[in-house]
Write a protein that binds this ligand. Structure first.
Ligand code: FAD
Length: 139
């Protein structure tokens, strides 16, 4: 069974390019081997990640990620079974909020991913993907 989950977390320490590069390198290597696709949005000290794949694979990866000391307050926002992937082109796409236009950045400052529904989070992620400021390796 295919599922999609979103979680939100708070970065421990600054979200530097070095930290991001290391996370993306780990993600792209592991995810492509385990049939995981998704997107990692980051900025303003927050991570917001969508993971899609077979249920067992997503659960195993989520447990690894939740144990990672580079972030804290890891909270599952949404989990659903899906018939089709939304992020099928990316083993892990990446969106950095500081790369977005100033209006969108201000909108994100008032967006609290801990207190909204999964569908709203998905809508926000769609907006980010539509902005075209996505980097990431294909799966
Ligand atoms: P190990 O490599 O044995 O590492 C054990 C612990 O050491 C980790 O939990 C972490 O706390 C720390 N650590 C590992 N590497 C580093 C490093 N370079 N710098 C500092 N500390 C480190 N992994 C994926 O495979 N797919 C993903 O989609 C994914 N998304 C992530 C999203 C976020 C926001 C974060 C913070 C991490 C993500 N990771 C992802 C990385 C994942 O959490 C694990 O670190 C990685 O999978 C290696 O797991 P491991 O069990 O082999 O741990």
């Amino acid at each position: 069974m295919l599922i999609r989950v979103f979680y939100v977390s708070v970065a421990v320490g600054p979200q530097t390019g070095t930290v991001t590069a290391s996370i993306l390198q780990q993600s792209q290597a592991y995810n492509s081997q385990h049939g995981i696709t998704g997107v990692l949005c980051q900025g303003q000290g927050i991570y917001l990640q969508a993971l899609e794949g077979e249920k067992g694979e997503v659960n195993r990866l989520y447990a690894r990620i939740a144990a990672d000391k580079r972030h804290t307050r890891v909270e599952l926002v949404h989990c659903e079974s899906i018939s089709k992937r939304r992020f099928e082109n990316w083993s892990m796409a990446h969106v950095h909020l500081s790369d977005l236009d100033p209006v969108t950045q201000v909108e994100w400052q008032t967006f609290d991913p801990y207190s909204v529904t999964g569908l709203l989070v998905l809508a926000r992620i769609d907006e980010l993907l539509a902005s075209g400021r996505v980097i990431g390796a294909t799966g």
